[in-house]
Design a protein around this ligand. Structure first.
Ligand code: XMP
Length: 510
């Protein structure tokens, strides 16, 4: 294990992901975590992350200095490198020239960190402060014209500091630098692999659950599907999955979920598919305010699930598809985002009779969840799915929701996805869907005047979904989809493409 100590930087989860890409297991903890607790994890290496503070100011995040005497190798990145230098007697101050962006760095390739790298390497810099003087005992192993200490090492003590960000893809050979640290310096074995993770998790779940009963709410999304598949493999019939069709799913989605998890599917579990379409449509009738619609769906979902849970009776465990970013973002793991509390963590539903929560995916990043899903034999259309919001198509239908409008948006959306899925993977947007505007306009079809709805097509590229760019698609993809939609979907006579970034627009329409 390698432990990432989080000092509030923006790329911290990326560091952990990169380390895991080297087949070394990695966890993130806040810099506030007790040293004793970190020692108890028995890590082979520690990485200090970047952060927004100045190491020399009195209230800045710091760490028990005992950590430097412990003998476990440490790599400090950006703020982490400055903190290390500052604490060990070097000089850190405001840089005369702020460095930001891709920067050519001169490296000493004798350093174990830079083994097999070129002598000049493009690195991603983002700092206001810099290390003016390395701490005693440290050797400078990289510099730039503006940065006398771009990297330093004290090999004897296993301490390494880099001013730039090896975890960011803009740094050429960045992963190689991290790989060098975990292999050459920390001597990690690199035997953490997804197949063994799945196997170990399945074993651990069996031990934890014993002959207990587990209830799992299955949405058909990646996380809940992989969670269910892992439990299915571990405990079979002791697992009951409840899938609610709220009538706001995408075209054929219910059939796909039932095919995989239902009777005759690949798992031997209890599977309940609840057809709650009418319940939701009735509650939503005439409601056109976005927040109200979301609230109605959320509440009705709980009620439907509650009714099913009552039929099933008491269970021992409730399964949740919480994943590692949820844990870190809710402040339980790292430092950066104590800002955001996640619905999957901490808030336990009070409507189900259960004793304990089980979260099989709690240690995994999203791409690792997908990988685990593949290991478990889930079909690609489930593990590679794009995000789909809980309130479903209701927030892709502007204004009030009717079954007819749902059918329209389902058909148009299916065509749009089909056309985009013809593109190679690398060209596909992060999220793409059709939405039904509440606008009707005049058109002509044959010799007839029409007065029908307009569909909006959306396609965005993003990594964090907090901001998003419009994906530039081949014109033919858009025109083909538009033609097909007006020809194949009734009640649509106009197709628009949404060219708005987020912000100011959101990805969804409501
Ligand atoms: P917005 O529309 O806020 O969406 O830009 C950002 C991302 O979050 C998804 N989203 C939701 N996911 N429940 C969810 O599980 C919701 O209520 C919800 N609202 C938005 C959206 O699809 C996008 O990926």
């Amino acid at each position: 294990t390698v432990i990432v100590l989080d000092f509030g930087g923006q790329y911290n989860q990326l560091i952990a992901r990169r380390v895991r890409e080297c087949n070394v297991y990695c966890e993130i903890y806040s810099y506030r975590t007790d040293l004793a607790k970190i020692k108890a994890k028995n890590p082979k290496g520690i990485i200090f992350t970047g952060g927004p503070n100045s190491a020399y100011l009195p209230d800045s995040p710091t760490i028990d200095p005992e950590i430097y005497n412990w003998g476990v190798p440490i790599l400090g990145i950006c703020y982490g490198s400055q903190l290390m230098m500052h604490m060990l007697g070097g000089k850190v101050c405001k840089a005369p020239e702020r460095e930001y962006g891709k920067t050519l760095v001169d490296l000493n390739t004798d350093s174990p960190l830079f083994d097999t790298l070129p002598a000049q390497n493009v690195c991603w810099m983002s700092h206001n402060d810099y290390i003016e003087q390395a701490a005693p005992g440290f050797e400078i192993v990289a510099h730039t014209p503006n940065c006398p200490v771009a990297a330093a090492q004290d090999k004897a003590r296993g301490l390494y500091a880099v001013q730039f960000h090896p975890e960011v893809l803009h740094t050429e050979n960045g992963t190689k630098i991290l790989r060098n640290f975990v292999y050459n310096v920390c001597r990690c074995a690199g035997d953490w692999k997804m197949d063994s993770f799945v196997e170990n998790s399945v074993k651990a779940l069996r031990e934890k659950i014993g002959d207990g009963k587990v209830l799992c709410a299955l949405s058909g999304g990646v996380d809940s599907s992989v969670c269910a598949a892992m439990l299915a493999k571990a405990i079979g019939k002791q697992l009951t999955c409840v899938f609610v069709d709220h009538g706001l799913l995408r075209k054929n989605e219910r059939e796909q979920v039932c095919e995989v998890f239902g009777e005759g599917g690949q798992f031997d579990i209890n599977f309940v598919c609840v057809d709650a379409r009418d319940r939701f449509y009735k509650k939503l009738a005439g409601q056109d305010a976005p927040e109200r619609k979301r609230k109605i769906i959320g509440e009705e979902f709980i009620r439907v699930f509650e009714d099913e849970a009552k039929k099933i009776g008491a269970v021992d465990f409730l399964a949740q598809g919480t994943i590692y970013p949820d844990v870190v973002e809710s402040g339980l793991g790292g430092e950066s985002a104590t800002i955001k509390s996640h619905h999957n963590v901490g808030g336990l539903p009070d409507y189900v009779d259960f004793k304990e929560i089980v979260e099989p995916l709690r240690d995994l990043f999203k791409d690792e969840v997908r990988q685990a899903g593949r290991e478990l034999g889930l079909p690609e259309y489930l593990v590679a799915r794009q995000p789909f919001p809980g309130p479903g198509l209701a927030i892709r239908i502007i204004g009030d929701v009717t079954p007819e409008k749902v059918a329209i948006v389902q058909d148009a959306d299916a065509i749009w996805r089909e056309e985009i899925d013809k593109l190679p993977m690398a060209q596909r947007p992060s999220q793409y869907f059709a939405a039904l505007t509440n606008m009707r306009s005049v058109g002509v079809m044959g010799d007839e005047r029409t007065y029908d709805y307009a569909i909006a097509l959306r396609a965005v590229t993003t990594t964090d979904f907090m901001t998003a760019e419009v994906t530039i698609l081949p014109t033919e993809t858009i025109t083909t989809a538009a033609n097909r939609i007006v020809n194949e979907v009734k009640n649509i006579n106009r197709v628009m493409f949404d060219y708005t970034t987020k912000p100011p627009a959101t990805i969804e329409f409501e």
